[in-house]
Design a protein around this ligand. Structure first.
Ligand SMILES: [Zn+2]
Length: 570
């Protein structure tokens, strides 16, 4: 009979096509019990969903990590009809989800909301299947997908890593370019105004261990019976686009400094102190850029140690997970600049929030080691940007321009690396004082239109930047490709030369680019604006015989740099 029922249910689905992304999860209220000794997680609670599709929906999907199982789903106090299946998707570290397909008694009309009572439980072991099955060596994969609940280490990231709270997303596949990032990005955008409230419960013996999360709340209850203890911690995540709800449990010590709070394991105290020092040293530089925004409440940067010394660091908002066992001080200062920038400057737009933080690292590098060192630092990102643009151009032609603009993109290569270059170019265009003032005038709650930032910068720079934002921010027009079209030296009265240099831009994005004229015993650099598919001319005086012209010092990301040098014939 049971078999028959499953069949009925399946027939039911066919008459109502399942639209996995029809519902928005507007509210979560969960009690989550974590037992590190057993690697277990058990959740009970309520979910509110709203039908944001254009048609009535009788079925809906609820997905959790494949190592968790659905225990109950209730609607209006009665068990809801559902079947559970394994759904292959790389949105979870296991490469699969436990998907419950729920059939409701009546269809939910468009904009209609429902509440479900749910229960699920299981284990969250270390699992890097989604990486190993596409060929990543296990030894490497486990340092990247390090999420787990275990006796020795517990840290679990949400969407894009472990589905520890229910989601509903069409399958994503790591072998298909940006599919996983894009699916996670779309989900975060859909859930931008949702609330996820979790009360975590954990217990143990001896010294109580700490539960950390990146939401607001704190410890609500603490009970002790002999050696045994139990702790309840409340965490309200309001997941905007720039954060991922996560939690960690561990025997952490705290190092609380002015700019940063570090949770570390006792054995790595010196690593924690090294990072605290790095943050102290980086703080004046960050304050110099953002210190004027005093009216804002102080946000503190948080560091949580990853026990695995090889683990890949991970940031979400102002929280950074990283190993502290071996700290390189120059690298730590650079990391701290990024993190402190997040604490000092918030934007809901990833290209601003992350782009500015990466730009600040380059600017810090410049202050410490000079412009060339900063350009070399940015150069580490250049190939990633150029490759992503090339892949995108091959993938789809027309629609890509708007979808992958800095405003809309979910690609890290864009909202991090390309955006970093955009901020660097903006500083080159308008000057540092104007850019600082524009950033100081930025208020995230007023950032309703994509052009808000452009207007702020224009107001300080007294300069039209529409062309630049069009080519780099509002649209994805790929990268410029500069070549030196010609360089004509003309002797001038009294000695020396004037060289007329024409730069051609073969790409679809315009930029202002440095042009360097090398001559006997020296060089001179000037900047020239070259719009997409056009030319720009600059005249440079040379006191001695001109030898060579080089366009672009690396400050403008370019698709082809093999044609940037030009030898001037005698
Ligand atoms: Zn960041």
């Amino acid at each position: 009979m049971k078999f028959l029922c499953v069949l009925c249910a399946l027939c039911g689905f066919q008459s109502f096509a399942l639209d996995r992304e029809a519902f928005t999860f507007t509210n979560y209220d969960l009690d989550v019990r974590i037992e590190p000794e057993q690697q277990r997680l058990a959740a009970r609670g309520k979910l509110t969903l709203r039908n944001d599709s254009a048609s009535a929906q009788k079925n809906l999907a609820l997905q959790i990590s494949s190592t968790l199982d659905w225990r109950s789903i209730q609607f209006e106090g009665k068990p809801a009809q559902f079947v559970s299946q394994v759904y292959t998707s790389d949105i979870d570290h296991t490469g699969a989800l436990s998907e419950a397909i729920v059939t409701l008694p009546q269809p939910v009309p468009p904009r209609g909301a429902i509440e479900l009572e749910i229960g699920y439980e299981g284990t969250i072991p270390l699992d890097a299947t989604r990486l190993t099955r596409i060929g990543v060596p296990e030894e490497v994969a486990k340092h990247s997908d390090w999420d787990q609940i275990s006796r020795s280490f517990t840290a679990v990231r949400g969407i894009g890593y472990v589905a520890w709270y229910p989601v509903a997303i069409e399958a994503a596949n790591l072998s298909e370019g940006n599919s996983v990032f894009s699916a996670a990005g779309k989900w975060k955008l859909r859930e931008n105004l949702s609330w996820l409230k979790v009360t975590f419960h954990h217990s143990g013996e001896g010294n109580p261990v700490l539960l950390l999360c990146n939401g607001t709340g704190g410890q609500r209850a603490y009970e002790r019976m002999g050696r045994a203890y139990s702790i309840a911690t409340e965490c309200s995540f309001n997941p905007p686009r720039t954060t991922v709800p996560l939690f960690a449990i561990g025997d952490y010590e705290a190092l609380d400094r002015r700019a940063v709070n570090i949770s570390y394991q006792t054995a790595d105290k010196s690593g924690a102190e090294d990072y605290a020092l790095a943050a102290d040293l980086a703080l004046p530089f960050v304050n110099d850029w953002f210190g004027t925004q005093r009216e804002k409440p102080e946000v503190k940067a948080e560091v949580v140690e990853l026990a695995d010394p090889e683990a890949a660091p991970y940031e979400t908002g102002t929280m950074l997970f990283m190993p502290l066992a071996r700290t390189n001080s120059a690298l730590a200062r650079l990391t701290a600049v990024h993190q402190l920038t997040h604490a000092a400057f918030y934007s809901p737009r990833p290209w601003i929030y992350e782009g500015v933080a990466h730009f600040m690292q380059a600017a810090y590098k410049e202050q410490e080691n000079g412009r060339q060192a900063a350009l070399d630092f940015m150069g580490l990102h250049r190939t990633a940007v150029a490759d992503a643009e090339a892949a995108l151009a091959a993938e789809h032609s027309q629609n890509a321009a708007a979808d992958e603009s800095l405003i809309n993109t979910s690609r890290e290569e864009f909202y991090r690396s390309k955006a970093m270059y955009v901020w660097w170019m903006l500083r080159d265009l308008v000057g540092e004082p104007a850019l600082k003032k524009a950033l100081a005038a930025y208020h995230p709650e007023q950032d309703k239109e994509p052009s808000y930032m452009q207007n702020l910068i224009e107001a300080q720079a007294k300069r039209d930047l529409e062309w630049f934002f069009d080519d780099w921010v509002y649209r994805d027009r790929g990268l410029p490709d500069f070549r030196v079209q010609s360089a004509y030296p003309r002797p001038i009265v009294g000695g020396g030369f004037v060289v007329a240099i024409t730069i051609e831009n073969l790409g679809n994005a315009g930029a202002e680019v440095p042009v360097t004229l090398r001559m006997e015993g020296g060089e001179v650099t000037k900047r020239v604006q070259v719009r997409a598919n056009s030319t720009g001319t600059v005249r440079i005086e040379a006191p001695s015989a001109p030898q060579e012209v080089i366009v672009n010092d690396g400050s403008v990301p370019e698709s082809n740099t093999s044609n940037n040098r030009f030898t001037i014939q005698k």
